[in-house]
Design a protein around this ligand. Structure first.
Ligand SMILES: Nc1ncnc2c1ncn2[C@@H]1O[C@H](COP(=O)(O)OP(=O)(O)O)[C@@H](O)[C@H]1O
Ligand SMILES: [Mg+2]
Length: 219
């Protein structure tokens, strides 16, 4: 295992580069949290891994770009998946391409379309940030990948989908405060791709926003 190198160390676990059956892979390992009761911790860790695996497969079945799942080991709290090694975080992409507004807006459009497909299939991501969206350059338009499905679930509720978008909106506003027009383009593509059904999610988003603001003021 000398090919293993750490990529990120998050609050929930670690992500490694490694080799698996001769391929470059990502190993996502979730570690124990000592401040939680061991039984609860074990339960939550397993639930997150199951959520991630289920959504990776579900997305893949309906043609949403996600890393291929190669292996899962609940006992070792590990998932092995395709390494999208030529992709970069949308966060980084937006920072690096800041000067090229049309390129950044182009990415917003692509992300909106992918999220419409996700929600049309009743998958709620649960942690939409620009670090959990990867961009793979291609000779035509860049390809959007979704990752990090540990908090995802299946739901047909408008409210759940609206909150999913609200989480992204908050993340984008704080990570990319000067990305004028990015969210507008994203919502427009979401509306266009999602049709009538998802238009109600955007209407609900207005409500969620208002509630969010009230909570911040009086919370
Ligand atoms: N399949 C993958 N291919 C390439 N990079 C990945 C992959 N999975 C994760 N990463 C990188 O590792 C980071 C953390 O992975 P993530 O699944 O988001 O876990 P965390 O729960 O730590 O946020 C991602 O933001 C991304 O930069
Ligand atoms: Mg993440």
């Amino acid at each position: 295992m000398n090919d293993v190198s750490l990529i990120t160390q998050g609050a929930e676990g670690r992500v490694f580069n490694a080799k698996f059956l001769g391929k470059n892979v990502i190993i996502k390992h979730r570690f124990k949290k000592t401040y939680r009761h061991p039984d609860l911790d074990d339960y939550l860790t397993k639930e997150r891994i199951k959520a991630e695996v289920k959504s990776l497969v579900r997305c893949r079945m309906v043609g949403i770009n996600v890393p291929a799942l190669y292996d899962v080991n609940l006992h070792a709290s590990e998932i092995v998946m395709e390494n999208l090694d030529d992709a970069i975080q949308a966060r980084k992409f937006i920072y690096e391409r800041k000067a090229d507004r049309s390129e950044v807006l182009g990415i917003g459009k692509e992300i909106g379309a992918v999220l419409a497909k996700l929600h049309s299939n009743d998958i709620v991501h649960g942690d939409l940030t620009t670090s959990n969206i990867l961009i793979r350059p291609s000779s035509e338009k860049p390809i959007v990948y979704l990752i990090d499905f540990g908090l995802s679930y299946v739901s047909d509720k408008i409210e759940d989908k609206a909150v999913d978008l609200y989480v992204l909106e908050r993340a984008v506003s704080s990570t990319h405060p000067d990305s004028d027009g990015f969210l507008e383009v994203l919502w427009e593509a979401y509306r266009e791709k999602g049709g009538k059904k998802l238009n109600s999610v955007l209407l609900k988003l207005d409500e969620v926003r208002t509630r969010g603001r009230k909570k911040l003021c009086f919370g």
